[in-house]
Ligand binder design. Structure first.
Ligand SMILES: C[S@@+](CC[C@H](N)C(=O)[O-])C[C@H]1O[C@@H](n2cnc3c(N)ncnc32)[C@H](O)[C@@H]1O
Length: 450
């Protein structure tokens, strides 16, 4: 076990005795002692003030890397029971420690897939519950993971949806008046949400992240944008769209328009650099509508060098077939519904909006705008700066899509990380925050169920 993963390194001399007791019992996988010590959710959420170690970190870290013997199997079983117990008492799945690792990050680093899966399930339950309660909190994934893991070593673990019983257990907790599990909000490419302040005693403060993105839709739509070589950034230096995403856009078009037959009806939400719209236009659609709200982007679209100005609008097979719909999709889509517009392919990729907006789009607008045989896709960047957050949001989106009557096929595609590995360098030069850290992209291909 590396020095930094030992119990003496993790439970600091500054740790209050009561916290120490919980951490030690969790580390020892002493379920009976853990049970006896947890008489309220606050106890499961304690953190060593110096290392940020939580009981969940301790229970997982104590396992170390897998060994091939019976002791390991027995210990893993005890660890699972401990983790479950802690989660039942409201342990927070995504608290970060002083090494910027959540308990799930520790499980993944150690190769403990079963424990990682428990953390993902807890994250999914928390997000689903907060969705039901009407809000999404911050998924604190704004910092790069430390550790000796090489870029590209991510192991993608299959995670099942929470069972009905598990989901119910969380809701029952909430009804009892216990605090719901900490919600997380997801950061992605300009995607974030409201941060819920923790009440009560001072907690471990993770190292400040001065690259954290605090974008909201209204502020973004008022910001000045700069188109420069290979990127579109706002005046705070946030990457709105970047050329390295071209392959993702290409593969999204291939998935939405298999065979790329001409004459399709296409709706794209969010013009950005016009990468996907250029590809859509090349398929010779019968209808191509683009919704864009930012005045700077609209100015760029109308400029003489743009391929999507007036001449393009007038080149459609019939009046209104090729159209830039100016305004927020939340309003424009309502008009499109009223006009009775139906599309074969719809792509959604905005900036500065949180997951609730994407969910609202596919729940409230897709059923009316997408043909029954049509395909819907979106840029799947939520939580993409930390694998566990990406895994949680893949599952959450899948569950919500099913609620909205849609099936999703995730196509896993490789992302070439050679020029994306280091913040501030190569592709990230001039961009405030490295919003993508994963070597695999899960491309959603959504169709109506049945
Ligand atoms: C990431 S870019 C889209 C990139 C595009 N897929 C491409 O291939 O270049 C996001 C775009 O969505 C636009 N946008 C953000 N919020 C919007 C909203 N509520 N309604 C319409 N457009 C919005 C932004 O101004 C920006 O142009």
């Amino acid at each position: 076990m590396p020095d930094h993963d030992t119990i003496s390194a993790r439970i600091s001399p500054a740790c209050p005795a009561a916290t120490q007791r919980v951490l030690t019992a969790a580390w020892a996988h002493d379920v009976a002692a853990v049970k006896a010590l947890l008489d309220g959710p606050d106890k499961a959420r304690v953190q060593d003030p110096a290392t940020g170690e939580t009981p969940l970190h301790a229970a997982i870290r104590a396992c170390g890397a897998p060994a091939d013997d019976d002791d390991d199997a027995a210990d893993l079983d005890a660890a699972r029971k401990t983790v479950r117990e802690l989660l039942m008492w409201g342990a927070i799945w995504n608290d970060v420690d002083d090494r910027n690792e959540t308990p799930g990050c520790v499980a993944r680093r150690l190769g403990r897939a079963a424990l990682y899966a428990l953390c993902v399930e807890a994250g999914v339950r928390a997000e689903m519950l907060f969705g039901l309660l009407g809000g999404y909190e911050e998924l604190d994934s704004g910092e790069e993971e430390e550790g000796d893991e090489e870029e590209g070593d991510e192991e993608y673990m299959e995670v099942d949806a929470p069972t009905g019983a598990d989901a119910e257990a969380v809701v029952v907790n909430a009804e009892d008046g216990d605090e719901a599990p900490e919600l997380v909000d997801i950061e992605g490419r300009g995607q974030n949400g409201a941060v819920q302040e923790e009440e009560g005693e001072a907690r471990f403060q993770p190292p400040a992240d001065d690259t954290a993105v605090d974008v909201n839709s209204e502020a973004y739509l008022r910001s000045n944008l700069t188109y420069s070589d290979g990127k579109l950034v706002d005046d705070d230096g946030n990457g709105v769209m970047m050329a390295w995403e071209t392959d993702i856009m290409r593969q999204s078009v291939d998935a939405l328009l298999p065979g790329k037959e001409p004459g399709k009806r296409i709706l794209n939400i969010g013009f950005g650099m016009g990468i996907i719209d250029t590809m859509f236009a090349e398929t010779k659609p019968a209808r191509h509508h683009v919704i864009e709200a930012h005045p700077g982007v609209l100015e760029h679209i109308a400029s003489p060098t743009s391929k999507f100005g007036k001449t393009w609008e007038e080149s459609g097979p019939e009046p209104g077939a090729f159209r830039i719909c100016r305004g927020k999709w939340q309003e424009v889509c309502q008009q499109l519904l009223e006009e009775g517009q139906i599309y074969d392919a719809i792509y959604f990729d905005t900036f500065g909006e949180d997951y609730s907006q994407l969910k609202m789009f596919f729940t409230e607008f897709i059923p009316g705008l997408l043909d029954s045989d049509g395909v819907f896709g979106f840029f799947n960047g939520l939580g993409a700066d930390r694998l566990i957050c990406y895994d949680v949001y893949t599952k959450v989106a899948e569950l919500h899509l099913a609620d909205a009557g849609m099936d999703v096929d995730w196509r896993v595609i490789d992302v070439d990380m050679s020029k994306l590995a280091e913040a501030g360098k190569d592709e990230w030069e001039g961009v405030k925050r490295r919003y993508w850290t994963l070597d695999k992209y899960r491309l959603p291909v959504c169709t109506f169920l049945g």
